[in-house]
Design a protein around this ligand. Structure first.
Ligand SMILES: Cc1cc2nc3c(=O)[nH]c(=O)nc-3n(C[C@H](O)[C@H](O)[C@H](O)COP(=O)(O)OP(=O)(O)OC[C@H]3O[C@@H](n4cnc5c(N)ncnc54)[C@H](O)[C@@H]3O)c2cc1C
Length: 462
């Protein structure tokens, strides 16, 4: 091992390798404050350096785990003392904003928020947006096929990516830096790496397409008395606002009340309703868009779909509304707490959540089950707080949350990936044939199993 680090130092210099306390000073992830445990953290600056490093590692069968912003929710970037971590933090250049073609070319370690701000200065909009925007990297977004709050209108990370550069396990640089929307010249290889959670190659560059910056943004938070009204409200917004609908986020009442109790977030609308929805429309004509949005909301109120609504009159009030949805801190103080990211058809959501809540309450009588979701995408996040015991309850909680999904045709991961945390449950939503083909791809692209081994599945399973 000393030799491999010496070899890597010759490629990138000793300043670009962290060892000892320089590693343990870093937290394992956004979610886990325990120090990173790894042999070393390597921080290449260029694709060529990374290619040489990977060639060395592959020759010596050295395991490498890629680190973006470490905000991922599925333990896909976990390391052990034998692993070397690859930090993308120095590959963080915004290479080019093409204002004719409407694209931006990025190194994979660029922080999402920096992309959003840089393209906004040029009048463009990069629609991927999530609560971790200030820490997550675009490479991590691609590797997890991140979703977030604008999926209902713009799709997931996959929908934004036009081109990609990847370094394969043996150091080969695969350049598919396509800039155009139409390119049907054979297999679309970049798709293999999107959502592959670092198991098939290291994403080093991306070309993503940009949207025109909206000139208006109208937001509302509404209180609703039943889940059937939540569905009706979604359909109403889709029909009335059509393509300008850019967010539709639901919060079950228990979540809203917990994060707005005294000392936490300011409640933008009265507490104690069964459901809350934050909805947002964006457009190109501020005066007309506000009038249209107001009349859409009034119609929903007149038709008794929503019981109450608040439309913010300032950016500060708008932020206060979104803080309720994105500022999870008040519930994250529960220990243990188990976080879920599942999807299922909207039609089954109410029954599914009721079933989970009932099982959780029966199993742990003092427990809380908080639910929020990107409901237009069929995606729910659950936070199970048993209010007793420790991490050993996680498996039981997983059973309660995941088992019913089979029946409802759902997925154990909507947008966070499988990582290490959910691999035991992969067969709940993917067939044997699909999993065998995934393993064949892994063995073909990474025959020595050095890239994030044990993430998504174990190759030793069959
Ligand atoms: C507050 C908060 C809110 C969030 N909200 C959402 C949300 O709404 N929607 C959503 O989808 N996710 C959400 N997430 C999860 C997380 O932000 C995303 O999964 C994000 O895309 C991870 O990016 P990262 O750079 O932090 O990746 P990391 O956590 O560092 O890594 C995640 C995985 O990607 C791999 N990886 C990272 N970079 C590369 C690369 N360059 N090449 C190959 N593999 C790589 C890692 O090895 C690992 O397997 C949220 C997280 C937090 C903390």
């Amino acid at each position: 091992m000393v030799d491999i680090l010496e070899d890597i130092k010759k490629i990138i210099g000793s300043n670009a390798i962290l060892e000892g306390s320089d590693i343990s000073n870093r937290a394992s992830s956004y979610w886990d404050a325990t120090p990173i445990s790894a042999k070393a953290i390597v921080k290449p600056k260029h694709t060529d350096e990374l290619s040489l490093i990977l060639k060395q590692m592959n020759d010596q069968k050295q395991i490498l785990v890629t680190h973006g912003g470490l905000t991922g929710c599925a333990q896909a970037a976990n390391t052990t003392p034998d692993h070397i971590a690859l930090s993308m933090e120095r590959m963080n250049k915004i290479i080019e904003i093409d204002d004719v073609g409407g694209t931006v070319t990025l190194e994979a370690g660029v922080i999402l928020e920096n992309v959003q701000n840089a393209v906004a200065e040029k009048g463009f909009f990069f629609p991927l947006d999530l609560g971790a925007r200030g820490s997550c990297t675009v490479g991590g977004n691609a590797a997890t096929n991140a979703g977030g709050i604008n999926v209902i209108r713009y799709g997931m990370m996959r929908n934004h990516i036009l081109g990609m550069e990847v370094v394969l396990a043996d150091g080969t640089i695969l350049s598919s830096m396509n800039k155009v929307i139409k390119n049907n010249s054979g297999y679309d290889l970049k798709q293999l790496f999107i959502g592959s959670e670092g198991t098939l190659g290291i994403i080093t560059k991306l070309i993503v397409k940009l949207e025109s910056a909206p000139k208006s943004k109208e937001t509302a938070i509404a209180a609703l008395d039943s889940f059937s009204n939540v569905i009706q409200f979604l359909n109403h917004m889709k029909k009335e606002a059509a393509s300008s609908l850019s967010a539709f986020e639901v919060m079950w009442g228990g979540y809203y009340d917990a994060v707005t109790t005294e000392g936490h977030h300011k409640a933008p609308i009265a507490r104690n309703a069964p459901y809350y929805v934050i909805t947002e429309c964006t457009g190109t004509n501020s005066r007309h868009d506000l009038d249209a949005f107001m009349s859409t909301m009034e119609k929903a109120f007149d038709e008794n779909i929503i019981q109450d609504a608040v439309i913010p009159s300032s950016e500060q009030q708008r932020n206060e509304i979104w803080n309720v949805r994105e500022g999870l801190e008040p519930i994250l103080t529960n220990d243990p707490i188990f976080l879920y990211d599942i999807s299922l058809p909207i039609i089954h959501m109410e029954e599914y959540v009721r079933e989970v809540e009932t099982s959780i309450a029966r199993t742990w009588p003092q427990s809380d089950c908080f639910v929020i979701g990107h409901i237009g995408d069929g995606n729910l996040h659950l936070f199970i707080c048993p209010k007793e015991g420790d991490e050993s309850l996680h498996h039981k909680s997983n059973q309660i949350v995941y088992d019913p999904l089979k029946r409802f045709g759902g997925s154990v991961s909507a947008e966070h990936g499988i990582g290490i945390e959910k691999k035991e449950w992969l067969s709940h939503c993917r067939s044997d044939t699909e999993i065998i083909l995934m393993k064949t791809l892994k063995k073909t692209l990474d025959p020595n199993n050095i890239l994030n081994p044990g993430v998504i599945f174990d190759l030793t399973d069959n």
